[in-house]
Write a protein that binds this ligand. Structure first.
Ligand code: G3P
Length: 274
């Protein structure tokens, strides 16, 4: 499984790439806002432009994919925004991916929309790789693939959030949610026929496998290390992780306990041989 970092914070991206374990970066408008606000705080006189900031991310990521998201609107709006981002930032030495919401509707009375799919088709037909975001069902993932998506990003943590919120179960953002779901009065709690975000991933993978679809699955909205493990067990192509989840994947209390005793037991004669 490839690992992408789901962050726009330069220091995190740098640490991730320095480890040699990171294969790409995904961003969205919220992550970009958080990162640039932080960067401006630590930089006197706000002497930092978002454009040069994004260029720095792309330099660190080199030839690995970096997703930049459009704002939304109609298909024409998103095609224009996507082309503009791609032209500004894509060079021979990097690999910009345009992130498109599969359904950009924000009108509660009219939630259905085909605008995202038109934008995906248009951009991919121009050879621009597209990461389709805000995917919450396997049927959305199927349509995104039919439109030509290079990547699909199912949001697994937000499915778990919805199951817990709808059923009045208190939780913190990083709390583990069982992949097989939560049972109540003999029934598993479901959201649109899914027991968990990991179940969503499995359903997307099953549908893609049924038809030999080559759109790559990026598990997104991953909240903890155990969920990252479950993404790998499902066999998705990529998990995009907050930096904290990436670091948490390195730990186990027994790893640290073992390290403390090995250090204590290292005799001088052995140490001198190193
Ligand atoms: O890649 C999607 C991600 O940034 C959303 O994560 O934790 O806000 O649901 P989260």
């Amino acid at each position: 499984m490839k690992i992408f970092l789901d962050t726009a914070i330069i220091d995190e991206i740098k640490q991730g790439y320095d480890s040699g374990l990171v294969d790409g970066v995904t961003t969205n408008p919220s992550l970009m806002k958080k990162a640039i606000e932080e960067a401006k705080k630590s930089c006197t006189g706000n002497a930092i432009s978002l454009r040069s900031y994004i260029q720095r991310i792309l330099t660190i990521a080199g030839k690995t994919p970096v997703s930049l998201e459009v704002k939304g609107g109609s298909a024409d709006d998103m095609i224009r925004q996507g082309l503009s981002l791609y032209k500004k930032f894509s060079t021979k030495s990097n690999h910009v991916v345009i992130k498109i919401p599969l359904n950009p509707s924000v009108d509660k009375d009219n939630p259905e929309s085909l605008e995202g799919f038109k934008a995906i088709r248009s951009l991919t037909s121009k050879g621009i790789p597209v990461n389709v975001t805000l995917c919450f069902t396997a049927e959305q993932a199927l349509l995104a693939a039919k439109a030509g998506a290079t990547y699909i990003s199912p949001f697994i943590g937000r499915i778990d959030d919805k199951i817990r919120t709808d059923n009045k179960i208190k939780f913190d953002k990083t709390d583990y949610f069982p992949a097989d779901g939560i049972e109540r009065k003999g029934d598993i709690l479901l959201e649109s026929g899914m027991a968990s975000g990991i179940d969503l991933l499995q359903q997307v993978k099953d549908v893609y496998d049924n038809y030999g679809i080559t759109t790559q699955i990026i598990a997104a909205s991953v909240r903890n290390a155990q969920q990252a493990r479950e993404c790998a067990l499902v066999g998705v192509d990529i998990a995009t992780l907050p930096f904290s989840v990436f670091k948490a994947m390195t730990t186990h209390p027994k790893t640290q306990e073992g390290m403390i005793s090995f250090l204590k037991d290292t005799v001088k004669e052995y140490e001198d041989m190193m």
